[in-house]
Design a protein around this ligand. Structure first.
Ligand SMILES: Nc1ncnc2c1ncn2[C@@H]1O[C@H](COP(=O)(O)OP(=O)(O)OP(=O)(O)O)[C@@H](O)[C@H]1O
Ligand SMILES: [Mg+2]
Length: 512
C-alpha cells in the first residue's frame, strides 16, 4: 500500500487559556521527504510538533498518521506510531549518564529483565561512531556542554529507531562540522525510507537538505513551497512579513582601558582535569572580543570562571583592576558584569517563575524592585512589560511562566535583562541561539550598541559568521589556550578553522 502522506495535520488549533498559539494550521509530510518548518520566534512551531510527539493535544483539528486519524495522547503513543522527536529544550535527566539517558524508556534487558547497561553502552558507542556524533556514554549530563547534550538528544531519537523524525532546532548549538554531519545523517535517514520534519532558523540548512518548506507566522500557516522555487530572501520575507538584512552595520571600534584581564588562568572541568590551561587575554572598554573554537576546548569553563560559576585553579582574573578570582556570582554581578549564558535553562532563568520575575532575577533584592525585603510586584511587572515591548519578547504576557515562552523568546528575555542592567562588562555565550533572522539582526545591533557605549564585550559563538560579523578582535581558543588573535577584517573562515584545529598560520602579521 502506498500512502500519499505520512503525516497530515488538518486545521490544528491550540489554545493556552485565551492565547491562540496555533490557529487552523495545515501541514502534510510526504514519505521520504525532509519537510522544513519555518517561522519567527513564537510562531508556534514547537507547539505544533509537540502535538505529534504526544506532549500536547490539539484544542481542535485532526491528525492523520499514514492516512489514519489518530489521537496522540502520550509520548508512548507517539512512539508506537513511529514518531520520534529531538526536542528544542532537552529532556535529559541531569543526574543520569549519557548512556542511561539514551536508553531511558527503551531499555535492553538481559534474561530475567535485568538491565544490560554494558550492551547498551556498546550499542551507543557504535551509533555515535556511525553518525559522527561524539559523546562519552559514561559522562553525567550535568557535566557536559549544551553541544554535547544536543548530540545526546539526537542519538537518543536515532537509538529508538522512529520512522517519522522531528528535529526541533537540532543545530542551534552544534559546531559547523557537526551541523554538516547532521545534515548528511538526515539525508541518509530519508534514503533509508524515513520522513523528517526539520525546524531551523538557518535558511542555508533548509536549502541544503529539505524538499519543501511550510512557513508559519503568528500561529497561522502561510504557505508551503518547494525549496528550489524560493530564495532565502523570499523565505525570510514570508516568515517575518518584511525584508531582512543579513549583515550588521557597524562603525570602527574605539577601545579604551582594559576592563577584563585574564592571566595564566587554569580551570578544571568537572572531572578534575584542566580545561583552561595558562590562558591570558585582555578585553578593553569599547571592543568586542569574539572567542572562536570547537566545542570542548575550554570556552565553557573559561566563561564559568569569569562569571563565578566555576572555581579557578590558578592564575588570576581582574575586572577594572580588582581580582575577582573565586568571588561568588553575586559579587561579580555587582561589579557591573552581565552574563548571557550558553545554557539559558541551567544558568539563565528559572522556568517555573513568571517572565517578570525572571527579568528581575538579578536585581530583585534592590530598590525599586523591593523595599525592606518586600517585592514591589507592580513595578516588577510593569518593568517586564516595557522590556518585552522593547526587545520584542512575544508571548501571552509577563505573567506566564518563563518556561512557557518559546525558546527564542526565552533567549530574548535573558538578553533584555542583562543589557538593561547596563553592565560595563558583558559576557555573552551563543547570543543568537535559536533566534529567528529578524531577532538576530536586532540582538546583534543591540550588543554592538553596548560596545559603542564603551562597554567591554566578550562573545563566544560556534558560528563563525557571527564571530566575523560582530567581533573587533577574534581570539581562537584551542585546547584551553589562546591559539591566536586575529583581526576579522584580515581573516576568513579557513584561517579561523585552521587555528581552531590547533594549526598555525605561517603568514606574517596575522596576529593583532
Ligand atoms: N504552556 C503555555 N502557556 C502559555 N503560552 C504558551 C505555552 N506554550 C507555548 N506558549 C506560547 O505559544 C507560542 C508559540 O510557542 P512555540 O514554542 O510553539 O514557538 P516556536 O515557533 O517554537 O518559537 P521558537 O522559534 O522561539 O522556538 C508562544 O507565544 C508561547 O509563549
Ligand atoms: Mg520552538
Amino acid at each position: 500500500m502506498t500512502k500519499e502522506h505520512v503525516i497530515e495535520m488538518r486545521n490544528i488549533t491550540k489554545k493556552f487559556g485565551e492565547f491562540v498559539a496555533n490557529d487552523q494550521i495545515n501541514l502534510d509530510v510526504r514519505p521520504g521527504e525532509i519537510h522544513a518548518l519555518l517561522g519567527e520566534n513564537g510562531a508556534g512551531k514547537s507547539t505544533l510538533m509537540n502535538m505529534l510527539a504526544g506532549l500536547l493535544e490539539p484544542t481542535s483539528g485532526e491528525i492523520l498518521v499514514n492516512g489514519e486519524v489518530v489521537s496522540i495522547d502520550s509520548p508512548s503513543k507517539a512512539r508506537k506510531l513511529g514518531i520520534g522527536m529531538v526536542h528544542q529544550h532537552f529532556m535529559l535527566v541531569e543526574a543520569f549518564t549519557v548512556a542511561e539517558n539514551i536508553i531511558l524508556g527503551s531499555e535492553v534487558t538481559k534474561a530475567g529483565g535485568v538491565l544490560d547497561l554494558k550492551k547498551a553502552t556498546k550499542d551507543i558507542k557504535e551509533l555515535s561512531e556511525k553518525y559522527g556524533l561524539a559523546i562519552d556514554p559514561t559522562a553525567k549530563i550535568s557535566d557536559i556542554s549544551v553541544g554535547a547534550q544536543q548530540r545526546v538528544e539526537i542519538l537518543k531519537t536515532l537509538y529508538r529507531g522512529a520512522d517519522i523524525l522531528i528535529f526541533d532546532e537540532p543545530t542551534a548549538v552544534l559546531t559547523p562540522s557537526e551541523i554538516e554531519e547532521l545534515l548528511n545523517i538526515m539525508k541518509s535517514l530519508v534514503k533509508e525510507g524515513k520522513s523528517i520534519i526539520l525546524i531551523t532558523h538557518k535558511l542555508d540548512e533548509i536549502r541544503a537538505v529539505s524538499d519543501r518548506v511550510t512557513v508559519i507566522r503568528r500561529g497561522k500557516s502561510i504557505e508551503t513551497v518547494t525549496i528550489e522555487g524560493s530564495t532565502n530572501e523570499d523565505l525570510a520575507e514570508m516568515m517575518v512579513g518584511r525584508s531582512v538584512s543579513f549583515k550588521t552595520e557597524k562603525i570602527a571600534s574605539n577601545p579604551k582601558k582594559v576592563v577584563l584581564s585574564i592571566k595564566d588562568l587554569v580551570v578544571n572541568e568537572n572531572r578534575g582535569v584542566p580545561a583552561v590551561k595558562n590562558l591570558s587575554l585582555d578585553v578593553r572598554a569599547g571592543e568586542i572580543v569574539g572567542i572562536a573554537g570547537i566545542d570542548g576546548n575550554g570556552q565553557t569553563e573559561l566563561i564559568e570562571a569569569i562569571t563565578g560559576l566555576r572555581k579557578v585553579k590558578s592564575g588570576d582574573i581582574t575586572i577594572k583592576g580588582q581580582s575577582i578570582t573565586n568571588m561568588s556570582t553575586r559579587q561579580i554581578t555587582e561589579l557591573s558584569v552581565g552574563h548571557i549564558p550558553e545554557d539559558r535553562h541551567r544558568d539563565g532563568m528559572i522556568l517555573e517563575m513568571t517572565v517578570a520575575e525572571n527579568i528581575a532575577l538579578q536585581t530583585y533584592y534592590k530598590q525599586p524592585n523591593s523595599k525592606n525585603g518586600i517585592l514591589n510586584y507592580s513595578y516588577i511587572n510593569e518593568k517586564a512589560r516595557q522590556l518585552m515591548e522593547e526587545f520584542d519578547v512575544r508571548g501571552a504576557g509577563e505573567l506566564i511562566a518563563g518556561g512557557d515562552l518559546s525558546g527564542g523568546n526565552q533567549q530574548k528575555a535573558v538578553i533584555a535583562r542583562e543589557i538593561d542592567r547596563d553592565p560595563e562588562l558583558l559576557i555573552v555565550s551563543q547570543p543568537t541561539r535559536g533566534l529567528d533572522v529578524g531577532a538576530i539582526e536586532y540582538i546583534r545591533k543591540r550588543i554592538i550598541g553596548e560596545r559603542d557605549k564603551g562597554k567591554a564585550v566578550v562573545v563566544v559563538s560556534f558560528e563563525l559568521d557571527e564571530i566575523l560579523d560582530m567581533s573587533d578582535r577574534i581570539a581562537v581558543i584551542y585546547d584551553g589556550s589562546i591559539q591566536g588573535i586575529l583581526d576579522p577584517a584580515q581573516t576568513n573562515k579557513q584561517e579561523l578553522g585552521m587555528l581552531m584545529a590547533g594549526g598555525q598560520l605561517n603568514k606574517e602579521g596575522a596576529n593583532v
